[in-house]
Design a protein around this ligand. Structure first.
Ligand code: GRF
Length: 219
């Protein structure tokens, strides 16, 4: 089985990009990052990739008449690298539905909440304000509905007394890294697939997101 070719999209710090780069160096890794792309040429995520000799691509939205044209060019350039999977890792743009249609079932996103709770922004703040006792992150297939695609996996953690959005985000981030790497690994082993609007795991429909325990995922 050939390694899964990954294109990773990021807009900022790139810690999830770094986590995937570390995971692809594992001896039994089944994927390789062939491109890190983004919408901000100065993003740290691109620097991290460049330093590792990974191809990068940065398109500045200000050079395009509208979102649809930017996204169409971005994904045309991504396609030239022949990725099998596109991973949105802190890519802070809402993608045009037409541009993402061709990637249905081949694009995933990591989101810092237990989807379907708290789609969109300020997820840590909203979880605290709601008085939730548990928070977490999700990896889901990307569909035109923002943060609305079928959820593949979850990682959970307690919200502790005195937590602020910043302390929650900081404690969650390393768990996100493990969740993303473990989920991409299962996709790379062809054990996860999008089937209509549901997730298939080992050929059977997932009734609930896989859960991260340690560094591995289980139903
Ligand atoms: C992560 O918290 C991710 O869940 C969210 O954006 C953040 C990206 O962080 N979508 P980084 O750029 O990977 O460090």
């Amino acid at each position: 089985m050939t390694n899964l070719r990954l294109a990773v999209l990021a807009s900022g710090r790139g810690s999830n990009v770094g986590a995937l780069m570390a995971a692809q160096r594992e001896p039994d890794a089944r994927f390789e990052i062939v491109l890190v792309a983004g919408d901000r040429p100065e993003a740290q995520a691109l620097r991290i990739a460049e330093e590792a000799g990974i191809a990068t691509l940065a398109l500045d939205p200000r050079g395009y008449a509208d979102r649809a044209r930017f996204d169409a060019d971005l994904f045309a350039r991504i396609a030239a690298y022949a990725p099998d999977l596109v991973v949105l890792a802190g890519f802070m743009r809402i993608l045009d539905a037409a541009a993402m249609a061709a990637w249905r079932g081949r694009m995933v996103n990591i989101h810092p909440s237990l989807l379907p709770k708290y789609r969109g922004l300020k997820t840590h703040e909203r979880a605290i304000r709601s008085g939730d006792e548990v928070h977490g992150a999700s990896v889901h297939f990307v569909t035109p509905e923002l943060d609305g695609g079928p959820v593949i996996s979850h990682v959970e953690m307690p919200i502790e007394a005195g937590d602020t959005p910043a302390s929650l985000a900081a404690r969650l981030l390393p768990l996100e890294h493990r969740l993303l790497a473990a989920t991409v690994d299962l996709i790379a082993r062809r054990r996860i697939a999008l089937a209509g609007n549901r997730v298939d795991f080992d050929g059977a429909q997932l009734e609930a997101p896989l859960r991260l325990a340690g560094r591995s995922l289980a139903p």
